[in-house]
Design a protein around this ligand. Structure first.
Ligand code: ADP
Ligand code: ASP
Ligand code: MG
Length: 403
């Protein structure tokens, strides 16, 4: 008997009709003789609506209370879906993360799963029940509910697949697979039959929200057999795996991220240890930094520019200003009207012309690049936010229109 983990995202469970459809998909898998663990997201825009509700009351609520609030969305979904399965006479049980024992770190709003207790789920599966688990949440060592970051239900699903050695982990969503770029921005984007974990990880980390980046990291680490499929149509999706068949000479895809802001520390002293002080301070405050650029001025001072998530921009400014006398900088400049566009592909490792082709596309579209950052299989550029969609289209056309 196989074990299959099936995760359904917010749009796939957005109303009663969709939940009943999801229940039918689960029932088919169950009656085919498989054990099934289901992971669900909150319905439709529930998480955003809960954030709005909180803001009406307190614009700066504590992260603990935010997690307490946001985790309720997923609980509604699993209970409703269990009720839908009851109508199909499928034995099932819905469980919140704290009932399963999905143990996480205590970093509210960005917790990481540390361990999953297996007894409860194992005993439910042994009784041939479908187990429905709330995505996106964990419980920390104090018993407090945590959340795993926006889009985190994918990670819950992959973590469960890893712990229970599932034969397959299916991520059902509102597109029928992973595309060469977001098909909602570029309608002629192409569906990929398969993609490597490494490429998918880079795309997800650079804003392709079709998979939560941490879920891909876990899938790679624990060799989870992962696929992205449509929750509406029964057709093959995209397999995410270690090695793909095709010899990659082109890029796998283009991603965009407009959730970032740029912070520049101007007039720092040009001494050893300055970068260490700045980034150590930010990391101790759980502020993640992405693209970093340092430039030296003629007057023996230097500027350090970096990007953070938009939501962290003001906190980064406050923390840095609180340490202004120790860090000895002149002033801080900030810009949250920027975006990042990235190309990703194994082909980048062996073909230096690929980056040039990207820059050529931007030049032809008349788009200015503010910063450039690369990894082994990725090139990212920082641009004005207003240029981002135009850049994605121009780059995508350049790489995919002529094949
Ligand atoms: P879910 O609610 O199922 O978790 P998400 O909204 O998180 O769904 O992710 C699916 C969305 O990801 C798609 O609707 C699509 O607009 C977007 N997306 C971004 N980049 C890509 C890509 N390369 N391939 C497919 N979808 C992408
Ligand atoms: N409901 C959460 C969100 O909207 C988690 C998820 O959908 O994966 O971010
Ligand atoms: Mg998602």
């Amino acid at each position: 008997m196989s074990l299959i983990v099936q995760k359904f995202g917010g749009s796939s469970v957005k109303n009663a009709e969709r939940i009943l459809h999801v229940a039918e998909t689960i029932a088919k898998t169950y009656w085919a003789g498989n054990n099934v663990i289901v992971v669900l997201s909150a319905q439709g825009d529930t998480t955003d609506e809960l954030i709005d509700k909180a803001e009406e009351i307190n614009p700066h609520p504590s992260k603990r209370e935010m997690d307490m609030l946001l985790s309720t969305g997923e609980q509604i979904s699993v209970a409703l879906c269990a009720m839908a399965l009851e109508t199909l006479h499928i034995p099932c049980v819905s469980l919140a993360a704290w009932q399963v024992g999905i143990q996480s770190t205590s970093v509210h709003s960005a917790a990481r799963i540390k361990r999953i207790d297996s007894e409860r789920i194992r005993s439910e599966l042994d009784q041939r029940r479908v187990v429905l688990v709330t995505g996106f949440q964990g419980v920390d060592r104090n018993g407090d509910v945590t959340t795993l970051g926006r889009g985190g239900s994918d990670t819950s699903a992959v973590a469960l697949a890893a712990v229970f050695h599932a034969d397959l982990c299916q991520i059902f969503t509102d597109v029928d697979g992973v595309y060469t770029t977001d098909p909602r921005i570029v309608p002629n984007a192409r569906k990929l039959d398969e993609i490597t974990y490494d490429e998918m990880l880079e795309l997800a980390s650079q804003g392709a929200q079709v998979l939560h980046n941490r879920s891909v990291e876990l899938a790679k680490k624990f060799h989870v057999n992962l696929e992205v499929v449509s929750s509406l149509e029964d057709k093959p999706g995209t397999k995410v795996k270690e090695v793909t068949k095709v010899e990659k000479t082109n890029i796998a895809g283009v991603a965009k991220d407009t959730s970032i802001a740029r912070v520049a520390l101007v007039g720092l002293q040009h001494n050893p240890g300055v970068a260490f002080q700045v980034f150590d301070l930010l990391s101790r405050n759980n502020i993640n930094v992405d693209v970093i650029l340092q430039s030296i001025g003629r007057d023996e001072t230097k500027d350090i520019t970096f990007t953070v998530h938009k939501k962290d921009m003001e906190e980064a400014e406050r923390i840095l200003n609180d340490h202004k006398s120790a860090l000895k900088f002149d002033h801080i400049e900030m810009d949250d009207k920027i975006g990042k566009v990235s190309i990703v592909g194994m082909g980048l490792m062996s073909n230096c012309g690929v980056a040039a082709k990207m820059f050529e596309a931007l030049y032809e579209a008349g788009i200015n690049i503010q910063m450039i950052n690369t990894s082994e299989i990725r090139v990212s550029v920082l641009l004005d936010e207003s240029d981002v969609n135009k850049a994605v289209k121009a780059i995508h056309d350049k790489f995919f229109d002529d094949i």
